[in-house]
Design a protein around this ligand. Structure first.
Ligand code: ZN
Length: 545
């Protein structure tokens, strides 16, 4: 809690408060015995600098969102479109209008309304207004993605004001006169990545990662993750000589206002090293929230699920962990180099009722948890929203994870589980594609790889650990990455094996489009074949052509 309070001196968005927090972290890590380096990488960030929203002369408190355009004063009729109607609303109903809709500000909603001619979108969020970033561009843009941002202004208001406006709209004939002004400041900055290492002779390392930047004070999101990492450094440093592999704590900015620009830049700057030597990414975000009693939903990969289960059981007595597959969020910028990941959050709120709960469900996509609390991404995310006992509990989960990951002779990451999961996905894809696409070679090779691993993972720990790493860096990109492993897929929901997602749409295509899509899919099958081939070769199997 002292670390949380030391970091929470202000909103940390590429500014003085962020630099002050970096100095605090540097001091704490050095006091713990770590070697600290501060890297800075160019990145594009965007901050909301103010919004004004006036309806029929009445002003409502509003915030705007990063990566959306500024507008000086947009006057237009305001209409309400319930969120569940956004996909089907007639263009004529929103063209030339400002659209009021429900829940947290989400890019696909804005894009859908923009395509139908809306001039701007205002979201009704929670009891307190929630900040969100409205962008699908993962990390800083490239020439290919420079124009992939939404083109209309976006703002959010509170649930109370939203309900008032909905009532007013329901009582009038069709629309109300509204004015929206937003100021969004996008610029290239040098994004800090603070790297702290416990000195060890090992080349292979586990990475503990988390974001420093915040909305408002960001005590839970994410001073809690910072405090967790510092505490882990303090706990582990005295055992440096007992560690079987290195550990690197990496702090970055650019998560909240750069759509993961910091983690992406760190990946880009260290790609080869991550590919060769990073054996696990442990991400810490939003820990220790008051009443955060749900501990069954944290994200993990097939290869890290057992480790997650074990750490939650040993540290917090959780026996019914289910987990979830990573969505395209949580600073998961390391799938390209094939780094296995575990966690981000480990505890969430129990489900709650009401409109705000619906908004959170949309965001978090789970019915068994209520997300991160009403304070998340709002002015209410202050240190009193953390429960010191629960924060300690969550840090213990990470501590147990790290102890196993660093001190077990055998790296507690299961390459065979990742291979078997991919095999199951491929069989499902084959069933869906039918005769249109032949995945049999890929499936056969994966099954062969699984059998080979049963024997080979019993080898000497050093050999088995190397094999685990070499197999996973081939398999993880096949399971998680759609485009090139050197670029970064969009920040949108993606199915497993996203490179084969077009299979789902083949039936609805006309013949010309279908044939063209099959050309693309056959090339993707080559990617899959080659990836599994390399994994088999790493396992010493001689793969015939
Ligand atoms: Zn966060």
């Amino acid at each position: 809690m002292n670390t949380v309070r030391a970091i929470c001196t202000g909103e940390r968005l590429s500014n003085a408060a962020e630099e002050a927090a970096l100095e605090v972290l540097t001091r704490f890590y050095e006091e713990a015995g770590c070697r600290v380096t501060l890297e800075r990488h160019p990145g594009f960030v965007s901050t909301p600098e103010g919004a004004s929203f006036v309806v029929e002369g009445i002003k409502y408190a509003a915030v705007t969102h990063p990566m959306t355009p500024s507008v000086e004063g947009l006057h237009a009729p305001l209409v309400y479109v319930p969120i569940e109607m956004v996909a089907t609303v007639e263009a004529a109903q929103v063209t030339g209008r400002l659209v009021l809709t429900d829940y947290l500000a989400m890019e696909p909603v804005v894009r859908g309304l923009e395509a139908k001619g809306a001039l701007g979108v205002v979201f009704i969020t929670g009891e307190y207004i929630h900040n969100m970033i409205v962008s699908r561009v993962w990390g800083s843009p490239t020439p290919e993605t420079l124009n992939n941002y939404v083109g209309i202004p976006v703002a959010s208001i509170s649930l109370g004001d939203g309900n008032t406006l909905k009532d007013r709209l329901a009582k009038c004939e069709a629309s109300l006169d509204a004015m929206l002004a937003t100021t969004v400041y996008g610029r290239w900055v040098e994004i800090p990545c603070l790297v702290a290492e416990i000195p060890t002779p090992h080349k292979d390392f586990v990475m503990v990662t988390y974001h420093l930047d915040s909305w408002h004070l960001g005590a839970m999101d994410n001073a809690s993750g910072n405090a967790c990492a510092v505490e882990l450094a303090r706990i582990l440093a005295p055992y440096a000589s007992k560690l079987k592999r290195g550990v690197r704590f990496v702090t970055w900015s650019g998560h909240s206002h750069g759509r993961y620009a910091g983690s992406t830049a760190y990946c880009d700057a260290h790609f080869e090293e991550l590919h060769e030597h990073c054996v696990l990414n442990v991400n810490a975000d939003c820990l220790g929230g008051c009443c955060a009693s749900v501990m069954t939903e944290s994200p993990a990969m097939a290869s890290t699920a057992e480790l997650a289960k074990c750490a939650l059981r040993e540290a917090a007595g959780v026996t019914d962990w289910i987990g979830c597959r990573y969505s395209r969020s949580c600073d998961q910028s390391f799938w390209g180099p094939g780094v296995p990941s575990i966690f981000s959050q480990v505890s969430e709120q129990a489900p709650f009722e009401g409109v705000a709960a619906e908004a959170f469900k949309k965001m978090f996509g789970s019915s068994s948890s209520g997300g991160f609390g009403y304070w998340w991404h709002s002015i209410q995310d202050t240190p009193d929203k953390l429960d010191p006992v629960l924060l300690a509990r969550d840090v213990r989960v990470f501590a147990v994870t790290l102890c196993h990951a660093l001190m077990d002779e055998r790296l507690p990451v299961d390459a065979k589980a990742e291979v078997d999961e991919l095999t199951a996905f491929m069989k499902e894809r084959q069933a869906k594609a039918g005769d249109a696409l032949d995945l049999s070679v890929v499936i056969d090779r994966l099954e062969w790889l699984s059998r080979v691993l049963v024997d080979r993972l019993d080898d000497e720990p050093e050999v088995a650990n190397r094999l685990t790493h070499e197999v996973l860096r081939e398999i993880i990109p096949l399971s998680y990455v759609e485009g090139s492993v050197y670029s970064h897929d969009e920040a949108l929901r993606a199915p497993p094996v996203p490179m084969l997602r077009d299979i789902d749409h083949l039936d609805a295509m006309d013949e010309h489009h279908r044939q063209a899509t099959l050309v693309k899919l056959r090339r993707q099958v080559n990617r899959l074949k080659m990836g599994v081939r390399h994994a088999l070769q790493a396992a010493g199997a001689d793969v015939p052509v």
